[in-house]
Design a protein around this ligand. Structure first.
Ligand SMILES: CCCCCCCCCCCCC/C=C/C(=O)SCCNC(=O)CCNC(=O)[C@H](O)C(C)(C)COP(=O)(O)OP(=O)(O)OC[C@H]1O[C@@H](n2cnc3c(N)ncnc32)[C@H](O)[C@@H]1OP(=O)(O)O
Length: 223
């Protein structure tokens, strides 16, 4: 890895870690001031949308070989989050004050502050073990928590999308085509059932590789 490459990754990870920390800080400040979670979305939406959308670069980084992540896994992870913010939270205000949003906010923020800080310190070869441990352990709880939050938001959006015919058009029209966003939302739910176990088990494999490298070596030698 040359100096420019390392500098880019350092800068990218520092900006994203700071961005996610600012989201967490805004959420905590709002909760402390109001004592409830009703305005969490309003307090965090701008930075959440900016920093989550910036994660498109993550897919590009993997596709261009700048980082060793799998392009497919990263793409699914980022696609589901972008779909959630742009396709569900933004157009359906009823999802914004739901338990789903609180779960998403907690799971995504804690994960990303730790993950980007871990990657940034890795560029400087100064990652403390505790951070590595948290990066490869907290997902065990935060991943199901985030997915549950996402599914709650989609479920909350369904009746609203159906009754308002959001992003949908019926026949007759000039193109002779109909489209129902309600069924798109319904269709996304099984994708979670198919892809979440794969992403989750990927993280367990990464955990084993990083936290117990000897047991992975032994497995490889015994084959
Ligand atoms: C159109 C609609 C589509 C809908 C699709 C729906 C289906 C989706 C279903 C699943 C839904 C998931 C929803 C997600 C919810 C949440 O996120 S909840 C919060 C909890 N989440 C997590 O804990 C996420 C954990 N997941 C991950 O971390 C991802 O799998 C990952 C982001 C893709 C990372 O995986 P991976 O890259 O394989 O792991 P690492 O070990 O971290 O990295 C591998 C190597 O690459 C290096 N690297 C990666 N990124 C960077 C970087 N930014 N900077 C520097 N280096 C990087 C990393 O250091 C590793 O290198 P080596 O150590 O040298 O191997």
């Amino acid at each position: 890895m040359n100096g420019l490459h390392r500098a880019y990754l350092l800068l990218y990870n520092v900006i994203l870690a700071a961005g996610w920390a600012s989201i967490g800080w805004a959420a905590v400040r709002e909760y402390n001031q109001s004592g409830h979670v009703n305005h969490l979305f309003r307090a965090t939406e701008k930075s959440l949308f900016i920093f989550q959308t910036a994660a498109v670069l993550e897919v590009l980084n993997a596709a261009l070989g700048l980082v060793k992540s799998s392009v497919m896994i990263t793409a699914f992870q980022v696609a589901s989050r972008l779909f959630l913010i742009w396709g569900v939270l933004s157009p359906v205000p009823q999802t914004q004050n739901s338990l789903g949003y609180v779960l998403i906010l907690c799971a995504w923020t804690v994960t990303e502050v730790i993950r980007y800080t871990f990657y940034a310190l890795n560029q400087l070869n100064m990652t403390p073990y505790l951070l590595t441990y948290l990066r490869y352990t907290l997902f065990i709880i935060l991943y199901p928590m985030g997915v549950t939050g996402e599914l709650i938001c989609i479920a909350k959006a369904l009746p609203v999308v159906l009754s308002a015919k959001l992003y949908s058009w019926g026949l007759p029209n000039a193109w002779n085509l109909s489209f129902d966003y309600y069924y798109v939302l319904i269709g996304v739910i099984p994708l979670y059932v198919i892809f979440f176990p794969q992403l989750y088990s990927h993280m367990f494999r990464q955990r084993k590789k990083i936290l117990s490298p000897r047991s992975v070596d032994k497995e490889v030698k015994s084959r």
